[in-house]
Design a protein around this ligand. Sequence first.
Ligand SMILES: *Cc1c(COP(=O)(O)O)cnc(C)c1O
Length: 217
Amino acid sequence: MIDVGAIRARAEEVRARISAAGADPAAVTLVAVTKGFPPALAVAAAEAGLLDLGENYAQELVPKVDAVASSGAAPRWHFLGNLQRNKVRSLAPHVSLWQSVDRAALGAEIARRAPGAAVLVQVNLSGEPQKGGCSHDEVEPLVAALTDLGLDVRGLMGVAPAGTAEDARPGFRWLRREVDRLALTVCSMGMSSDLEVAVQEGATMVRIGTGLFGARS
Ligand SMILES: *Cc1c(COP(=O)(O)O)cnc(C)c1O
């Protein structure tokens, strides 16, 4: 049994953390990351008023979309994970914001299946080549290429390198500067462990899983 009241209380705690870090919680979009949890959890999150929901895997997103829609809620679904081009078609009817676009070929497929879709360019802040995201140098040309494809490039997304929250700061600072330099609006950065640093550095969107729902199995 998933307790909607408990999720609501955790969401208030997350907003209090944003506020304590010096930002206005109303100005930071809270994306609730339901990956690794069953569809009933996503239903409960929407019932608790969390209407921006994030998922990393295509095969998990589609059943959750159906479950949440059946409950009568109409959340915005954010796609956050590494994305293969052959998964775009099944996701296209459901995704409101594609946050993990890191190459033009993927953008072309999104533009084909969901013309004009809203996207973020994912930037690799860790420098580890096996992690998702384009390199710093690729950001500006990729934003231009995606715009040329007719996509609505809203901003940038980054995942901090492994380490302490403070280790995330330089990457987050760079990302926010780049959002401003490119005259974009959305800066999606900060997860449960580095939320405070992210909002101090100017996140407009944070993506929280364990901080709302506990540990994933
Ligand atoms: C899992 C995940 C999150 C949420 O992480 P938590 O540490 O559970 O808050 C945020 N963003 C991305 C890209 C993720 O994969």
